[in-house]
Design a protein around this ligand. Structure first.
Ligand code: NAP
Length: 276
C-alpha cells in the first residue's frame, strides 16, 4: 500500500492521520498514513529512512518545518518565502521536494468554505513567525491590495516585509510593532501568533474591526479563541477559527501527492462535529 505520514514532536495530538484517512476513503485511494514521532537530533535521518523504505509523502509539523525545507533539494516558491515546508515528496527520479500548503489552505478556506472575497481587501496579519511566513505568498496572489504585518518583535515583521517587497507583487506591504498597529478597520485580520491556547494576546485597537471585518484565528479549539472573542466584542462582523485551514492545507498536500482533490468540506464538517 502507498505509504504516507506526518512527522513532528510531539505528534500524538496530530489530526492529520484522521483527515488523510478520511480523504482516502472518500476518493477511493488505497494508502496508509501514519504518525511518526520525530526526534530532535535524528529528524533528517528519519525522513531519509522513510523515503528510502518506499514512503511517498510526509507532512511535517512543529518543530521540524524549517529543517524539512533545508533537507529538500527542490522547493516551491511558496515554501521559499516561508523558509519552511509542511509537505515533502519525491520525484520519479527520487529527488526530495518541499512545499508549503498552509497559505493555500488558508485562502481556500476563506474563499471556498467561508465565501469571502479577498480581491480588494486590506489584510492585517498579527505575528511574523513560521505560520505568518507560510501564508503570505498565497495571500499576495489572492488579489488583496494591502498587507500589514504586526509583530511583538518588530524586526521579524520588517524582515518579512523586506522579503515580500522583493517579490513581483503590486500589493503594498508594511511592518508594525504591536503598539503602533494602525487604528483603522481592515477587511481581514488574521491572528498568526501562537497565543490561541495561552490567551495572552496583547491589547488591540478596537478600530481594527467593523461589520465588514473577517477576524480569522489560525488557532482552533473548543469554542472561540481569545482573539476571536476579543474581535467579536470589538465589532468584527465575522469570526472564524483555523480548523478549516487545517483541513484545506491537508487537502492541498493530498492533491500534490495523489493528483486528486478530496471533498474537504465534508471532512471539515465531520471534524467540526467531532470537536463539539
Ligand atoms: P512561531 O513560529 O513560534 O511564531 C509565534 C508568533 O507568535 C511570533 O510572531 C511571536 O512573536 C508571536 N507571539 C507569541 N507569543 C506572543 C504574545 N504573548 N504576544 C504577541 N505575540 C506573540 O509559531 P507559528 O508556527 O507561527 O504558529 C503560530 C500559530 O499558528 C500556532 O497556534 C499554530 O498552531 C497555528 N497554525 C495553524 C495552522 C492551521 O492549519 N490552522 C497551520 C500552521 C500554524 P515574536 O516574534 O515577538 O516572538
Amino acid at each position: 500500500m502507498d505509504r504516507y505520514g506526518v512527522i513532528g514532536h510531539p505528534i500524538r495530538h496530530s489530526r492529520s492521520p484522521d483527515i488523510h484517512r478520511h480523504f482516502a476513503l472518500l476518493t477511493g485511494q488505497h494508502l496508509s498514513y501514519e504518525r511518526i514521532e520525530g526526534t530532535l537530533d535524528g529528524f533528517e535521518s528519519e525522513v531519509v529512512r522513510f523515503f528510502a523504505a518506499g514512503g511517498l509523502g510526509l507532512n511535517v509539523t512543529l518543530p521540524f518545518k524549517e529543517r524539512a525545507f533545508a533537507l529538500a533539494a527542490l522547493h516551491s516558491p511558496r515554501a521559499r518565502v516561508a523558509h519552511a515546508a509542511n509537505t515533502l515528496g519525491v520525484t520519479p527520479e527520487g529527488t526530495l521536494w518541499a512545499d508549503n500548503t498552509d497559505g493555500e489552505g488558508l485562502v481556500r478556506d476563506m474563499t471556498l468554505n467561508l465565501g469571502v472575497t479577498l480581491e480588494g481587501s486590506r489584510v492585517l496579519i498579527l505575528g511574523a513567525g513560521g505560520a505568518a511566513r507560510g501564508i503570505v505568498q498565497p495571500l499576495l496572489e489572492a488579489g488583496i491590495v494591502q498587507l500589514d504585518i504586526a509583530n511583538r518583535t518588530l524586526v521579524r515583521a520588517q524582515t518579512l516585509v523586506r522579503e515580500l517587497e522583493s517579490l513581483p507583487s503590486a500589493v503594498s506591504c508594511r511592518a508594525f510593532s504591536w503598539p503602533d498597529i494602525p487604528a483603522q478597520a481592515y477587511e481581514v485580520v488574521i491572528n498568526a501568533t501562537s497565543t490561541a491556547v495561552a490567551g495572552d494576546l496583547p491589547p488591540l485597537p478596537a478600530a481594527l474591526f467593523d461589520q465588514r471585518t473577517l477576524a480569522y484565528d489560525l488557532g482552533y479549539g473548543k469554542g472561540p479563541t481569545p482573539f476571536l472573542k476579543l474581535a467579536g466584542q470589538a465589532g468584527a462582523g465575522r469570526t472564524e477559527d483555523g480548523l478549516g485551514m487545517l483541513v484545506e492545507q491537508a487537502a492541498e498536500s493530498f492533491y500534490l501527492w495523489r493528483g486528486i482533490r478530496p471533498p474537504s468540506a465534508e471532512v471539515l464538517r465531520a471534524l467540526r462535529a467531532a470537536c463539539h
